[in-house]
Design a protein around this ligand. Structure first.
Ligand code: MUC
Ligand code: MG
Length: 383
C-alpha cells in the first residue's frame, strides 16, 4: 500500500454526555457517559473516528476515560505516527509492543484506522472485516431505573413504539430475594409480549447464584449474564451445567481475550459470549473471539459499553460479518444519551437495528457536537 495510507497524526478527547435517566448497575448508578473519541488523520487528507466508552469511570473494569486518553496521547498515538493505517494487525502488534493491556484504548485507535482506510477506499468498513452476512439484528433495551413500576412503564412505551421487545434487567445491587421479586413483577406484566434477560455484573458469589438462578428461569428469564465474579470460571461452569434447558448463561466480563474465550470453551463454562469491541481490543480481535465461539458451538450476543452512535455503528459493522449462532444485540447506547454526535443515527424499526453501510461506519460525526460535549471545554471533572 502506498504512502497514501500513512498515519499523519492521532488526537483523542473525552466527552461528557448526560443520560436520559439514571442507569443503575450492581456496582452503582451513572447519569452520564464519558466516551473517548479518537480522530486519526492520514497523509492523504482522509480522517477517521474511533470511540472507547467505559461505564462509571473504571467501575466496569480497569480502564477509565482518563487512562484511555493517557495511553493514546502518550504511547499509542506516537507509536503509530508514520505507519500504514491499512495494516490493521501490524498496528495492533505495534501498540502491544509499547503498551500492555489497555484494550479499550487500542480498540478506539484501531477503529479510527479502519474508518479512515475504508473512507479512503470509499467502501463500508464491513467489507474490510470479512464481508457482511446480515443487515439487521433484534435490539434489546436495558431497564435499569431500579424501580419495577417505572421499568414496566418504560417497557410498555418501547413495545408500543415497536422499538424493543427484548429487555435486559440490571440486578445485583439489592438482596437477591428483592431482585427476584422485581424480575417477577416485570415478567408478569410483560408475559407473552417480550423476552427478559438479566445482567448481574459479577455481583453474586457462586452459592447465591446456584440458589437463585432457578427462580429467575422459573419467572421466564431466558438469558443470564455474568452472575459471578470475572475470575470465577469454576462457578460459571457449574451454573452452566445445572441451568434448566430453557435458559442460557452468558459470559461478559470474563470473556475479553481469545485466551479467555478458549478457557471458557474448554471448560464449557457458558452458552453465549457477549462480544464487545472495547474489551476485545478492537474490531479485528472481536472476530478472533467470535471465531472461538463458533468453533466451540458457543453462541454470541452483540454487546455494548453504551457507546454513542459512532462506537455503536463500528460494532454493528463487525457484528454484521460474524458467522455462528447470534442472540441479538444491545447497541442502544445512542438512545440512552440525551444527544448524539453523528448527523444520522442507525435506523431502528420493527424491533430491529438496521446496520448502516459505508463509507467507513456509515455514520458522520458532526465536529460541533464533539466540541459541545468536550470535557476540556465544559470544565467538568472525572466521574
Ligand atoms: C454490561 O455489563 O453489559 C450493557 C448494557 C447495559 O445496560 O449495560 C452494559 C454493560
Ligand atoms: Mg454485561
Amino acid at each position: 500500500m502506498s504512502s497514501m495510507m500513512k498515519i499523519e497524526r492521532i488526537q483523542a478527547r473525552i466527552l461528557d454526555i448526560p443520560t436520559i435517566r439514571p442507569h443503575k448497575f450492581s456496582f452503582g448508578a451513572i447519569s452520564r457517559q464519558s466516551p473517548v473519541i479518537v480522530q486519526l488523520w492520514l497523509r492523504n487528507g482522509a480522517t477517521g473516528f474511533g470511540e472507547a466508552a467505559t461505564i462509571g469511570g473504571p467501575s466496569w473494569n480497569e480502564e477509565s476515560p482518563e487512562s484511555i486518553l493517557h495511553a493514546i496521547e502518550s504511547y499509542l498515538g506516537p507509536a503509530l505516527a508514520g505507519q500504514d493505517a491499512s495494516r490493521f494487525e501490524a498496528l495492533l502488534q505495534r501498540m502491544d509492543a509499547v503498551c500492555k493491556g489497555n484494550h479499550f484504548a487500542k480498540g478506539a485507535v484501531e477503529m479510527a484506522a479502519v474508518d479512515a482506510v475504508s473512507r479512503t477506499l470509499g467502501v463500508p468498513a464491513w467489507s474490510l472485516l470479512g464481508g457482511k452476512v446480515r443487515e439487521s439484528m433484534p435490539l434489546a433495551w436495558t431497564l435499569a431505573s431500579g424501580d419495577s413500576a417505572k421499568d414496566i412503564e418504560e417497557a410498555e412505551a418501547m413495545l408500543a413504539a415497536r422499538r424493543h421487545r427484548v429487555f435486559k434487567l440490571k440486578i445485583g445491587a439489592r438482596a437477591a430475594a428483592d431482585d427476584i421479586a422485581h424480575v417477577g413483577r416485570i415478567a408478569r406484566a410483560l408475559a407473552g409480549r417480550a423476552s427478559l434477560t438479566v445482567d448481574i455484573n459479577q455481583a453474586w458469589d457462586g452459592n447465591t447464584a446456584r440458589r437463585h438462578l432457578p427462580a429467575l428461569v422459573a419467572s421466564g428469564v431466558t438469558l443470564i449474564e455474568q452472575p459471578v465474579a470475572r475470575w470465577n470460571v469454576e462457578a460459571l461452569r457449574a451454573l452452566t451445567a445445572a441451568l434448566p434447558t430453557d435458559a442460557l448463561l452468558m459470559a461478559d466480563e470474563t470473556v475479553c481475550s481469545p485466551q479467555d474465550a478458549l478457557q471458557l470453551a474448554q471448560q464449557r463454562a457458558c452458552h453465549v459470549f457477549s462480544l464487545k469491541v472495547a474489551k476485545h481490543g478492537g474490531l479485528v480481535r472481536t472476530r478472533a473471539v467470535a471465531a472461538i465461539a463458533e468453533a466451540a458451538d458457543i453462541g454470541w450476543y452483540g454487546g455494548t459499553m453504551l457507546e454513542t452512535s459512532l462506537g455503536s455503528a463500528a460494532s454493528a459493522h463487525v457484528f454484521a460479518t460474524l458467522a455462528g449462532r447470534d442472540h441479538g444485540c444491545e447497541l442502544f447506547g445512542p438512545q440512552l444519551l440525551v444527544d448524539d454526535i453523528v448527523s444520522t443515527p442507525m435506523t431502528l424499526r420493527d424491533f430491529e437495528l438496521h446496520f448502516p453501510d459505508g463509507p467507513g461506519f456509515g455514520v458522520d460525526v458532526v465536529p460541533e457536537r464533539l466540541d459541545r460535549f468536550d470535557r476540556a471545554r465544559q470544565g467538568l471533572q472525572a466521574v
